[in-house]
Design a binder for this molecule. Structure first.
Ligand SMILES: *Cc1c(COP(=O)(O)O)cnc(C)c1O
Length: 444
């Protein structure tokens, strides 16, 4: 394994990672996993507290999904969706349309959450071009403050997280930003720019990458109504919230909302394969129909779009939802999590806890970013056999839906211990103490 570590250090460039820090530490190599446990090359076992970056649903090595992929492997691993099709893609599209909010009938495949968002943006834009007349002026988008829709340029253009997005400013198209969860501000933006707007894009109920920011009840429903009133399309990015994360199959369901376009990714394959989908209404789809020379075709498609192995995993994932009644069995676990989080919220080291289903954000009280408190907590958790990953100074818990109550308890207990253990050290941090003293002197 030493050679693998060396090769990683010498050749791999990791995502969202300061490589100088990375190469100064021994990376953990995950070599196996089972259920909610990850196993590293030293044989250490860890609870997968963030579902391998928010995408695992039914646990690792689930026999049904494993078998579905294996069976597909014996037929064909990849063929193309450009000019050909395959049964898995067709069946999956049918089943997604069945479980999606009413009206979403068409499924356009891609291979990551970012591309699902890109596809939705391009579809919305081109929809209005195809509608013609004064609609061709509908070329811009409304997004939310602190929004996250992926890392490709279009997705970043409708993103609002300065840390990730600011550096790329000159490359982006301009989008209008509305304050998150503030329906009056959304109304103001829609009123001001109505005639030039193609669509509003939101993460429904919860803005994940922003730090698990939850919207007030009724907000999504109200955004839908505003979009209808102003004739603007609504794109719901369910890449993080989809597949049971918030307690229902899709977050939109909780407010009885059907978007015009919906983005799926992450949990779509149960966390097995890169696959994404953009679902659209027949109305949008129909605007793209015409004679070949009309050029109404949606000119977009990725090489591995609708990959058969990935579709097989997604079908297996949907089967498990039915066989194990995952959403029904999730309810008591969500309640248990809510109960346990009450104790976390009362800790002096914690400023706020936000929860929607199995999405949890714990804001730490210590606000000095140079202390990297989130990072410290995660480090402590790892020593205690739990893998979590922070968003700045927000500790995120996002376990697989299949986690047992025992492991769920352990996840929250270890998180609590880790938050405590991360603290005292910082109080003795000489740099922080120095800054505090300087501030005092200045005030005096
Ligand atoms: C993770 C995420 C994306 C991007 O998905 P990738 O597969 O990482 O490209 C898009 N939207 C939301 C809401 C996400 O949480």
């Amino acid at each position: 394994m030493q050679t693998a570590v060396q090769l990683d250090h010498d050749h791999v460039w990791h995502p969202f990672t300061q490589q100088r820090d990375w190469v100064s530490e021994q990376p953990q190599m995950i070599v196996r996993a089972l259920g909610t446990e990850l196993i590293d090359s030293e044989g250490n076992r860890y609870l997968d507290g963030v579902s391998s970056l928010w995408c695992n649903v039914h646990g690792h090595r689930h026999p049904v999904i494993d078998q579905a992929v294996r069976d597909q492997l014996e037929r064909v691993a990849h063929s193309t969706m450009l000019g050909l099709s395959h049964p898995g893609a067709a069946e999956l599209a049918y089943r997604l349309a069945e479980i999606a909010p009413p009206g979403l009938e068409r499924v356009f495949y891609s291979d990551s959450g970012s591309t699902a968002a890109e596809v939705a943006l391009k579809m919305a834009f081109q929809y209005w071009q195809h509608r013609g007349g004064q609609h061709v002026r509908r070329t811009s988008f409304v997004c939310l403050q602190d929004a996250y829709h992926g890392d490709t340029i279009g997705a970043v253009s409708v993103g609002g997280i300065d840390l990730f997005h600011k550096a790329f400013g000159p490359l982006l198209f301009r989008a209008h930003q509305a304050l998150s969860g503030d329906i009056d501000d959304m109304e103001r933006v829609l009123q001001t720019h109505e005639e030039e707007l193609a669509a509003v894009i939101v993460e429904p109920l919860v803005q994940g990458a922003a730090g698990i920011i939850t919207h007030p009840p009724g907000y999504l429903r109200a955004v839908r109504e505003l979009c209808d009133r102003h004739g603007v399309l609504l794109i719901c990015d369910e890449v993080a919230t989809g597949f049971g994360r918030t307690g229902t199959m899709f977050a939109c369901e909780q407010e009885g909302v059907s978007p015009d376009l919906m983005c799926l990714g992450k949990g779509l394959t149960g966390g097995y394969m890169p696959l994404a989908a953009t679902l659209s209404t027949e109305k949008i789809y129909a605007a793209f129909l015409g004679e070949h020379e009309d050029q109404r075709t949606f000119f977009h498609g990725h090489t591995y779009t609708g990959n058969p192995l990935a579709c097989a995993a997604a079908l297996g994932c949907l089967d498990v939802f039915e066989m194990e009644r995952t959403l029904v069995r999730l309810r008591p676990k969500i309640r248990l999590l809510t109960e346990m989080l009450r104790a976390v919220e009362s800790m002096p080291e914690v400023a706020e806890v936000r929860q929607r289903g199995f999405m949890v954000g714990i804001d730490l009280s210590e606000q000095d970013p140079t202390l990297r408190m989130g990072h410290r907590v995660v480090h402590e958790a790892r020593e205690r056999g739990v893998i979590i990953r922070p968003l700045g100074d927000t500790v995120v818990l996002m376990p697989p839906l299949s986690i047992s109550k025992v492991d769920l308890r352990r996840l929250v207990e270890v998180t609590t211990q880790s938050i405590r253990a991360a603290q005292p050290v910082t109080k003795l941090d000489p740099a922080a103490a120095g800054r505090a003293q300087a501030a005092l002197l200045e005030a005096a």
